[in-house]
Design a protein around this ligand. Sequence first.
Ligand code: UDX
Length: 451
Amino acid sequence: MEQSHILLLPFPSQSHVNPMLQFGKRLASHNLHVTLANTKFLNNTTKPDPGPVSIESISDGFDSDGFNAAPNVESYLDRLESVGSETLSDLIESLKSKSRPVHVLVYDPFLAWAWDVADRFGLRSAAFFTQSCAVDVIYGHVWEGWVEVPVTDRVRLPGLGPLEPRDLPSYVSDSDRVPKYPGYAALLMNQYKNLEKVDVVLVNSFYELEKKEFDWMKSRLPVKSIGPTVPSTYLDNRIPSDSYYVFDTHTIDIAPYIDFLDSNPPRSVIYVSFGSMAAPSPEQTQEIASAFVATKKCFIWVVRKSELAKLPKEFVRETAGRGQVVTWCNQLDVLAHVGTGCFVTHCGWNSTTEGIGLGVPMVGVPQFSDQTTNAKYVEDVWKVGVRVKTDEKGFVRGEELERCIKEVMDGERSGEIRENAKKWSELAKEAISEGGSSDKSIMEFIDECCK
Ligand code: UDX
């Protein structure tokens, strides 16, 4: 029988490519042929470890400088759609002519137009959500017109517990942001476009983590939970492997952060990262820095190169011997290390699932988009950490961050939080192990769509 060929189409940003590539590796381990279509720009500027997944190029219309060359978000997204669908079609044609015809297109619902390409070629189609089910459900309600944006009062929506405006994705609740980034807002609001026509909807979560939310989605869509996409080598006894996709657009410092973790007692080091996009203001960076000066605890803080100038001048001297500032690291290696005791995170969905998968208690400092909802769940639903209190503009004071770190690492509830973190980490591992909920769903996806 001909080997099925799955083409993966992620949204062209690191945190969307990553989970889809991990999923692709998993499919490839079941003897399927898997190709990932990345933009030329990302293929030229990053060196992924694709393992058995073939990498091909499409274009977003900005091959030399990527998103930064676009005059604004809207024109980037317009060109991504027009040039992207044309070059995706070219790629499908060319694979066919090389006797590697594509059978299934797995695409990010940020790229709702990809369904039309799949349809034109008669391919099976799967939409792959890289955000939590809770966030998927919220956008589903917006799509169906059950909530009007921006939401300004507490809401009770089917499939979800009660949510305050601050718990909703920022594009749904923040009246400042909605007109500011109309392109992104529209992209997020339109994720459900075409979903009723796809063969399957995949979510990077696991059933046990979001039962109510998953069931709501299931009542409308052929949804399957296949996550977390954290490589199983990390979840198995926390043994790091080098198979994870670490982008090297960010230089990974030679700084010996793993040695640093080795040299500290178990669960004593704070790991801090705000992901690949968030850029806290200089004032906010100063407040965060003041928390690390005050805690007296050891820490590793990822400050991307473009953000370094925001660090207070005296900071490195004031925390000498107990702090490491790195411009990028292998986050999974750090989270998997027994020396790490607390993850101060912006609560991007990948970071959140990595923290859960590796059982590290978290302090949520959400910045925008889905991060606010993830932070709400970290604190109130999974109870694996706390979320900082902010002013109405989302600004957090250093003393507040310090208080939260203390609460998670040494406070009265720290034992309970650690226990919960351990429980969820075990459930995550079970879900992706043979016979677990996500493993079964992946096998069903293969049976139903890839044979
Ligand atoms: C973005 C959005 O901000 C997020 O809200 C959404 O859920 C996904 O897209 P990003 O901000 O980059 O993502 O955050 P996140 O989803 O947490 O992804 C960051 C990734 O970079 C993680 O996989 C993390 O392991 C990795 N990382 C981060 C590193 O490998 N090294 C680092 O030093 C920092």
